[in-house]
Design a protein around this ligand. Sequence first.
Ligand SMILES: Cc1cc2nc3c(=O)[nH]c(=O)nc-3n(C[C@H](O)[C@H](O)[C@H](O)COP(=O)(O)OP(=O)(O)OC[C@H]3O[C@@H](n4cnc5c(N)ncnc54)[C@H](O)[C@@H]3O)c2cc1C
Length: 402
Amino acid sequence: MKESQGGADVIVIGGGVVGLAVAREIARRGRRVTIIERGQHPGEGASHAAAGMLAPQSEADTDDSFFQFQVASRDLYPKFAEELRAETGRDIQLDRTGTLYLAFTDEDEQELERRDAWQTRAGLPVERLSAQATRELEPSVSPHVRCALRFPLDWQVETRHLVAALVAAVELFGVNLWTETGASGLRVSSTGHVEGVETERGLLRAGAVVMAAGAWSSRIPFSITESAGRNSSAHTTTPAPHPHVAPVRGQMLCYRHTSIVPFVRHVIYTPRGYIVPRRDGRILAGSTTEHVGYRTGVTVEGVRSIAAHALEIAPAIAGLSFSESWSGLRPRAADEWPLIGASDEVRGLFYATGHYRNGILLAPLTGQLVADVIVDGRTPRLLEAFSPARLRERAHAVSHGE
Ligand SMILES: Cc1cc2nc3c(=O)[nH]c(=O)nc-3n(C[C@H](O)[C@H](O)[C@H](O)COP(=O)(O)OP(=O)(O)OC[C@H]3O[C@@H](n4cnc5c(N)ncnc54)[C@H](O)[C@@H]3O)c2cc1C
C-alpha cells in the first residue's frame, strides 16, 4: 500500500460531532491532527439526525457516573458555545429555555414523582408544575396533561449549526479534514503499537489514532505489519476485536410553524416521545429505537408512532405543515455507556465512541478528556467508568463465575 503525504501526530477516524470535538481540542493543544471522514460532508452520520437535546436530568433515575458525566458536559455548553462563536463567528443556537416532562397516565405521574423526589433530594434544579401551570407556560400542550416537571438547566442546541461551527473551528486550528476518505484498516506493528490508518488514499501514518466512527467503530479491522527480517520464532498477536458498537436507528419528523408566536418554547418530553422547537419555526418530533442493522430510512410505522406521540403532547401539531423526515444510526455499546479512553490491546489507539443517545450532549467533555489522555498523558478519574476495556473485563468475569 502506498504512503500518503501529510504528517499528523493524531488521526481521528470519523467526522461526526465526537470526532470533530476531539480533533478541535487536541489541535488547540498544539498537536497536528488529521480527520478521516468517509462521507462527502462531516456530520452526515448520527450527528446530522440528532434533536440536539442537552437533557441529562429529564430522563435520569439515578445519580451514577454516567449521569455525572452528562451533567458535567451540559455545564460546559455555555462556554463551549461562546468559544465556538469567538473562534468561528458561528452561533450554535444554544437555547436555555429549559425542558418540560409531561405526565398523561398514572404510570407517567409515578415516574415524575420518583424523579422529582430524588433530584430534589440531590439539590438539582427541578420544578413541579400543575396541569394549569403547565398550560399557562405552554398553551399548545394538550388539555389532557396531568402535571409536569420543568428542568430549567436541560437545554438544546441546533445540531447542524454545531457541526458547521466545529468544522470551521478545526480548520482554524489547522486540522486536515479529509472527506470522502474511508478508513479500511488500522495498521498495528508486530509489537502492538498503532502505526497509522489504511485509506483509499494510501497509508496515513501517526503514533496515535482516535476511533470516533460512531456506529461503524467496531468494523474497521486491524492489520498487522510484517516486521522485516522476522525469524520464525517471532510472535505476532492479533489484538482482540474492538469493543462492540451496534447501530440503533432513530427516525425523526419535522413540522413547520409559520406564525410569529412560537408554537412551544421548551423542549417537551413524555416517556414516549418529544418535540423540540427550533428558532426558525421548525418543530422536530422524535423518535424510534430500532435494531435493524445498518439500514437507514423512514418507515410508515416510524412516522405513525412519532406523529401519535407528538400529537399526544400538542394536538395542534395536526394543523402544522409537514416539512421533512430523516433517520440516523446511534452508536450503542452493550451497556449503553460511551467507550472513551485508551485501548488496553493496542498502544496509541484511543476510543471516543458509543455515545448512543447522548453524543451531542457529551461532545464537549469527550473532546476535553480525550485530549487530556493523549496530549497530557493523564486519565482523569471521570473516565474510569467509561474505559473501553470494561466490557471485555465484565464478560471475562461472567465467564469465570466471578
Ligand atoms: C434520531 C436521533 C436523535 C438524537 N437526539 C439526540 C439528542 O437530542 N441529544 C444527544 O445528545 N444525542 C442525540 N442523538 C445521538 C447523537 O446523534 C449521537 O450520539 C452522536 O451524533 C454520535 O456522534 P459520533 O460522532 O460518535 O457519530 P456520527 O455522527 O455517526 O459520526 C461518525 C462518523 O464516522 C464516519 N465513518 C464511519 N466509518 C468510517 C470509516 N471507515 N472511515 C471514515 N469515516 C467513517 C461516518 O461517516 C460518520 O460521519 C440522536 C440520534 C438520533 C439518531
